[in-house]
Structure formats: C-alpha cells, structure tokens
Ligand binder design. Structure first.
Ligand code: ANZ
Length: 862
C-alpha cells in the first residue's frame, strides 16, 4: 500500500463524488495509523470479540467473501462506536486439499502457491476497508501456528482422546484420502464430488463421542443466539437415541451378542435376529456354517460392498438377506430366533446387530414379509393409554359419538396383512408380565427385568462417530508421533516441536493412497526417544478442521512462543461474542470447535464451554440462480469491483440487498443505487455551512426528530442483523436532510449539521471511506470509525401528533389527534370507538372500511 496520499483535488474539489479516490485516500491513512488495533492491558472499556470465519486462500476473494466480511465489519465497527474495545482479527486457514490439488495441477510448491494467495487476499481485504487488527494475523500453515496443533494432538493423546484403530473408513478414490463422516455429503466427497467407498484402514481418531451428551445438552445454552437451523442440524448430527442394550445368546457361541433397541418394550415380539453382513460378527457366525451357506453369504457380501451408504439406507428398496443357519435365544422368554445377515442393518451403528420386531418396525416388517418370517403383535395400538385425556365429540343432536365407533379392531390392522407396522403407543399384549402396560411403563419395566437378570441395561446410542483426523496428504500438520521398531507409538518429545514439514520439492505429491511424507526418507527417520534406537515418524497429516477448531484462541496472541494461548487473555476476550460465516459450516467446523473448547475446559485452560456466544449465518451470493464460481463462469470479480464501483458501493449494495440470512441474487444488487446514495450523503456533508460548535437544540425540530429516531433505532437494528433496514433508514435521513437544506431550514441550520454528522457515524458501518471523508469535511479529526455514537435525545423521540379525519359515507364526522406513526389497525380501532362515530353510525351496518394511516379512516355503510 502506497503511503503517499492522492492529491486532495481528486477527492472532492470538482464537485463530483469519486468513490475510488476517497477509498485510496482513507486506506492510506488507515495503513499509516492502524486505528483498529484492539486495546491492550490498560484499556478499561468493555470488550467485544467479533470474528468472521477465516478464509481458505485457494484463490482470490469472491463475492461470497464480500458479503460475509461486509457483515463482519458492520458488527465490529458498530461495537467500536458503542464504546467497546473490539477485537476483530483476520487469519488464513491455509493448509488443506484445495491448495495442494492446485499446487499439483500447476506443479508449484503448495507453500509458495498458498502464501502468494494469502498476499493477494491481504491486499483485497485492505482494499475492502475491513477494520481488522492487522497486528494479529495468523496462517495455520506457519510452523508457529501448527506447532500448537501438535501440542493439542498430544494433549488429547495424553487424555486418551486421540487413538489409532483399524476400521472401515470413507475413502475418496479421486483425492486418494480418507474423509471424516462430516465430509461425506450424500455418499460423495465433499470436496471433489467423487463417490466415496469404504476401505479398512488404520487411522487416528479424536474421541468426540465421549462428549456427545455435552455437545447435545449445551446446545440449549445457544438457543436464541444461534440460528435455529444450525442448532437443529447439530442435534440431528449427534443423533442421540435412548433405549436399552439387550444381550442375546447365540447357540454354539460362548459370548453373548448385544443389540441396541429404542423399543425394548417389544422384546416379546422379536421373531428373528439380523446382523450387518459387513460386520466382524457376521464373518464369525458364518465361519462354522455349512459350505452352501458360506457361499451364499460371500456372494451377498460382495454385492453389499458394492453399494453406497445411501443405497443401503434407502427404505424403499426390496429387502435382501441370507439366513446364516444359526439361532439366537430371546433372553426374556427363551424363544429361538433365526439369525440373518441383511444390508439394512449397518455395521457401525449401535452394535451392528438388531432384534427384529416386524409387527412394530417397518424395516423388520418389510423383511419378514419378503422372507415369510412370523409377525407377532405385542402392542395393542387400538387400546387407549392413560395420561391421554379422551376427547368426547358430540353429534348434531348433542349425543356423544362412540369413540370406538370408527376405530379399527386389532385384527383389521394386523401388520402381517396390511404391511404397515404398528408404531404408535398402546397397551402391551402377548408379553407376559408387561401385559396391560403403556409403552413408557413397559420400557421401564423390561429394562429393570433385563438388568436384574444381567442380560441388559438402559443405554443410549449416537449417530455421531469419532472424528477421523489423519489424512494421507502433504499440506497439513504432521502428526507428532513416533512408531518404534518394537511396535510402540510414542509422542515426539516436546523439545523437538514443531515437527516441521519437509521441503515439498523432492516429493511426489500426487495422490496414491499413502502419505507423500512417507517418501521423504530422511524426514521419516528418527529415533525412539526412550531407547535411542532407530524409529519412524508418522507419515500422515491432520485434517485441517483440527487447525480451525481452536484458532479463535490463537488470535489473542498469535506470536506467543510459549503456549497455544494465554488462559488469562482467553478469560478477557473469549468466547467470541459474534461469529459470522456461512451455513455450510453448520456441522463440521462448529461441532469440532465446540468439542475442542470442551476439552480445553476440562484441561482447565478456558472457563467457558461454548466457543461462540452468538452466530450469524449469511446466505449465498448467486448469479443466474446459482452459486458464483469460476468453473461456472458466473463470477463477479472481487478485485475489479474494488476499482469500479468501489468498496463502499459494493458493501452498501450488499447490505441493502436483503436480510442477512437470505441468499442474494447479484442481479438484484443495485450498485448504481448504492453509488447514488453515497454521493448524496457526501454532498450533504459538503453543503453544511455551520461550524462544529453549533448548538443542536436550536435546530429544525422535524429534522432533529428524524435523526434522533434513527440514533435510537439503529442499535436494535444492528443487533437483530437488520442491516438492510438500517441502510434504508439512512437513505431516509439523507433525503430528509437534503430537503431541509434545499427547501427548509437551510444549510446553516444546526439540525442539518447534526443530521450530517450522525449520518457519517452510522454510514461508517457500511461505507467507511465515504464516512471518513464526510467526517473530515464536517471539520473533525479522523477517525469517524473511532467516534462514539451520540445518544438520542429522549424528548425528541416522543411521537409527533397528527390529525386524522374519520368519514362516514364520504362525510367527515370526527377528527382525532393521533401519533404520527400509528398503524392502520390502531387507527381504525380508535375511530370505531369514538363516541361521535358510534352516535352517527346508529344501527347502520359498516360494509367497507378504508384506512390510510395516519390521516384518514373512511366507513361505508349500507
Ligand atoms: C427393536 C425395535 C422394535 C426397534 C421396534 C425399533 C422399533 P434409531 O432411532 O435410529 O436410534 N437398529 C439398531 N442398530 C441398528 C443398526 N446397526 N442398523 C440398523 N438398525 C439398527 O434406531 C434404533 C433402532 O434401529 C433400534 O431399535 C433397532 O431396532 C434398529 F418396534 O430394536 B429397534
């Protein structure tokens, strides 16, 4: 950024508003003075931490960023104006596949490519006028940052929260890497769209499932502060089911097999038993079976393994399966249940096996009907249950309608005949001591019975899986572990951290299923810290979601060489007060950050359990109905738009385009409208002829009222993220001021100055360069961005009164004095209740009412 200021003449001497010249002038001043640094230890103002989700440096910024970071800046600037010490930092999520893939395609070093993009981003953010604290920049791909990822990994390892296991994982055949469940969208790789397959591999996991209950329960704290949709998505993702674990004996097997059921009350209705074909249990059970069964099972397994997860879970597919020739024993009544393998049971949910109750579970019923297995009803869903108050309906003669009259008998709704499982509540039948109980009581009773017999217990099951964090890629944080010759896995000693990535130059980065780091022969060699014997490093790198799970804490001092963050600083600033970003992170990033925060809490390093006190999700920016992207060729270039129409215009037009959470169609974004508005605001400031020390109270009362009403309403509008409404109100204020200058009180009136100054302060949220320029023209030292908003004068907020006329059939029958801002319903009510009107109306019937608030109410009668 050049330090020489453009000549003053460019900005405003020729009378035309030159957005670009103003922009350059103020950016130079900001670069020089760095006015938006957060206050340090001596700053006694209350604090606010405002944060935008940090960007990937995978190309230049685009209009989606323009939207998100405009909102971030609105919120940050707002709190500064309200007298807060605001922390608003920026950093880069600079490890990861996009950078690496692009680097492979261009044969460039991912490091060079990444940092060149970051430099471009920085320039763009400066050009956008974002009010960052530029002293706190971080890049996750710097060893100074990822050293603390390695610390975090080892801390989790010490607490038993990082572990290695072999299991079927999601494998992207295109990117040649494993993916977390969260990165598989409808069976496809979130990044490249390739269909994901299952592969058995040994990988590192973080034990997020240990925190499932807290992650779920703490969502209650966020109600009202996070978008409802995100809370719902997180709840579903964690997916807690409550029920019981029940142990079944399998004839000829020593160990019992456990199943999870949400309906243990239906245990007497179990008629067969199903295991997931791709589970270890299925393989074991079939091992001793006769060759014919083994062959049929193997064929079936081959078929199943070709299917994607979605195919397996879709309910409208014909049911398939193989009888394994084995028998399970119902622990409650000793009944023998045939054991089947069927693909509708998943290996990695619950225990990978189910007791099948076809009368009361639709999937089981479909299966039973396909293979002619018995169906036994154990819940009479036609029987009323206690607690439900019967609603007695009366017929037209006032006679109670027999509640049972149109209800089917149990025989008529027999699932074996209708094909419809009975899933409603009812009374237990055919269930021994449970008979007569409702579902809730039966669940409690059977759980007790199972516990007493030592064959079951109350249990919960979650959809959430442990977080698979190892990646077979180069551009990430090396996993700080050592594999010794005798098979131990030990942490890299602390004094050897950071474990820095080797040079990419001599490495083959192309995906091939194993980590490229494995090819860095020298780098891989190390010694066993205990014995001094040769040992190998771990060749995998961490999922970049580890990097972003705690980065908001690193901003508190990104150069701290001693620790990841200082708990005392965390105490002062964190959690983040306003977190702003796209809803695409509703699950992945936010869930991981919530998890790591809870771990840090348990380690005694932070005193809060949720990282982001409030969350704002912006919609997407669309062009021709779809998301802007390079590949679609529907990009509005960010860089070019900073020149023309300029940063302030883009920011204001975006803020004005609609509610924050809605998608924005670029076709509907009026940059010309925004440009005209900014020019109008700037001209108002230029026309003011009074001096800064005029006495406000002497100004034009009507204009003062408009100004003060907006000063009073603006904070609420910002806090409710109604940015578009605030821009509209600022437009009104500018218009009212213009009118006062041209045809009212005139340019010297104190109210005109007051309106112009207030406009500059509030406009700073949207168009900071224009606002600074106005502030200077109005005779003040920079920076308006640091000025405190004027308090509204309460005496000016009292509603003005106007006279409304009330007509009956075209004749004025009364006049009312009403508040100028009265709404139509209230005005009509006052008119109807007025005694002059009720008298004139007599018993005439009103057939039509026209209300034009606040001036007219007109009744037509018959
Ligand atoms: C018997 C039963 C009877 C069930 C009944 C339901 C209704 P949610 O609610 O999604 O947690 N189940 C358990 N493990 C499974 C697996 N690995 N693959 C497929 N299905 C599995 O579902 C829990 C229910 O899904 C469990 O309760 C079990 O069927 C089935 F009238 O047990 B239930």
């Amino acid at each position: 950024m050049s330090q020489t200021l453009p000549p003053e003449t460019d900005a405003h001497s020729d009378g035309a508003f030159d957005a670009y010249a103003i922009q350059q002038k103020w950016q130079a001043r900001w670069s020089e003075a760095d006015p938006f640094r957060a206050g340090g230890a001596g700053d006694t103002r209350p604090r606010k931490y405002v944060l935008g989700m940090f960007p990937y440096p995978s190309g230049d910024l685009h209009m989606g960023h323009a939207e998100s970071y405009a909102y971030v800046d609105i919120v940050a600037r707002f709190w500064r104006h309200r007298g807060y010490n605001v922390l608003n930092p920026i950093g880069w999520d600079s490890f990861g596949l996009p950078a690496e893939n692009a680097a492979i395609q261009r044969g460039a070093d991912p490091r060079e490519w990444t940092y060149a993009n970051i430099a471009q981003h920085k320039k763009s953010f400066r050009e956008y006028g974002s009010s960052y604290d530029w002293s706190r920049i971080l890049h996750t791909s710097d060893p100074e940052y990822y050293r603390w990822n390695q610390w975090l990994f080892q801390a989790l390892y010490e607490r038993g929260l990082a572990y290695r296991k072999e299991s079927p994982v999601n494998w992207c055949p295109n990117d040649q890497t494993v993916l977390a469940n969260e990165q598989v969208v409808d069976g496809h790789c979130e990044r490249c769209g390739a269909e994901v397959v299952k592969k058995k591999l040994t990988q590192w996991y973080f034990k997020i499932t240990d925190y499932a209950d807290r992650l779920l329960d703490d969502l209650n704290q966020l109600e009202g502060f996070w978008p409802q949709k995100v809370i719902r998505m997180q709840r579903n993702w964690i997916g807690r089911s409550v029920g019981a674990d029940i142990e079944f004996e399998i004839e000829g097997r020593d160990e019992r097999v456990t199943v999870f059921s949400t309906r243990p009350d239906t245990l007497h209705g179990a008629t067969f038993f199903v295991v997931a074909p791709d589970s270890d249990l299925a393989a074991e059970l079939v091992a001793g079976a006769d060759p014919d069964v083994r062959m049929r099972f193997q064929d079936y397994l081959d078929q199943v393994q070709k299917q994607s997860e979605i195919e397996r879970q879709s309910t409208d597919r014909p049911k398939t399966g193989v009888f394994l020739g084995r028998w399970a024993v119902n622990p409650i009544n000793g009944e023998r249940l045939p054991v089947w393998a069927a693909d509708y049971v998943l290996a990695d949910y619950g225990h990978g096996a189910v007791m099948a109750v076809p009368a009361h579970d639709q999937r089981d019923l479909d299966f039973a009907r396909a293979f002619d297995l018995p169906v036994k009803v154990v819940v009479d869903t036609t029987a009323p249950i206690t607690g439900a108050i019967p609603v007695i309906e009366l017929d037209e003669h006032g006679v109670p309608i027999d509640p049972g009259a149109d209800e089917a008998s149990l025989d008529e709704i027999d699932p074996a005949k209708t094909g419809i499982a009975l899933t409603d509540d009812g009374r237990m039948i055919n269930s021994g001591s449970l008979d007569g109980l409702s579902k809730r009581h039966a669940i409690a009773r059977i759980t007790e019975q199972l516990e007493a017999a030592g064959v079951g217990r109350a249990a919960k099951s979650y959809r959430l899986r442990d977080w698979l964090i190892s990646r077979q890629r180069f551009w990430g944080t090396p996993i700080p572990m050592i594999h010794t010759e005798d098979g131990r896995i030990v942490p890299v000693p602390e004094d050897q951290l950071p474990l820095v990535l080797p040079d990419a130059q001599n490495l083959d980065l192309a995906p091939k299923g194993t980590s490229p780091l494995g090819g860095a022969t020298e780098w891989m060699q190390t010694v066993d810290p205990e014995t001094g014997e040769p040992a190998l490093r771990d060749p995998d790198t961490m999922d970049t979601f580890v990097d972003s799970s705690w980065y908001f804490l690193r901003f508190l001092d990104p150069s701290d060489p001693e620790r990841a963050f200082d708990p005392r600083e965390a105490d002062k600033w964190a959690p983040v007060d306003s977190y702003i970003g796209g809803v695409e992170h509703a699950i992945l990033h936010l869930l991981y950050a919530r998890f790591i925060t809870k771990v840090l809490f348990d380690m005694g390093l932070v005193e809060f359990t949720e990282p982001f006190s409030s969350l704002i999700n912006q919609g997407m920016v669309l062009l021709d109905g779809s998301k802007m992207s390079k590949s679609k060729g529907n990009l509005v270039e960010f860089e070019a738009s900073m020149m023309d129409p300029g940063a302030d215009v883009v920011r204001t037009a975006i803020a004005f385009a609609g509610p924050v959470e809605d998608d924005i169609n670029w076709e509907d974004v009026s940059t010309t409208g925004a440009a005209k508005f900014l020019a109008r605001a700037w001209r108002v400031a230029k026309d003011v002829t009074s001096e800064p020390d005029v006495v406000w109270a002497e100004g034009d009362a009507a204009l003062r009222r408009v100004t003060h009403r907006l000063l009073a309403d603006a904070p609420g509008l910002v806090e409710q993220t109604k940015f578009n409404v605030l821009v509209a109100r600022l437009m009104e204020l500018v218009n009212a001021t213009r009118k006062a200058i041209d045809t009212g009180a005139g340019p010297a009136d104190p109210a005109v100055r007051e309106a112009a100054e207030s406009t500059a302060m509030m406009l700073d949220l949207f168009a900071p360069h224009t606002a600074e320029e106005m502030w200077e023209i109005l005779g003040y030292e920079p920076f308006v961005g640091l000025a405190t908003w004027r308090q509204p004068d309460p005496t000016l907020l009292v509603d003005e009164s106007v006279t409304a006329v009330v007509q009956i059939d075209g004749k004025v029958r009364a006049t009312l004095t009403v508040p100028a801002r009265i709404d139509a319903a209230e005005l009509e009510r006052l008119a109807r209740e007025d005694s002059r009107i009720t008298r004139s109306l007599g018993d005439r019937e009103i057939v039509r009412v026209i209300v034009r608030a606040p001036k007219v109410v007109s009744f037509s009668t018959r």
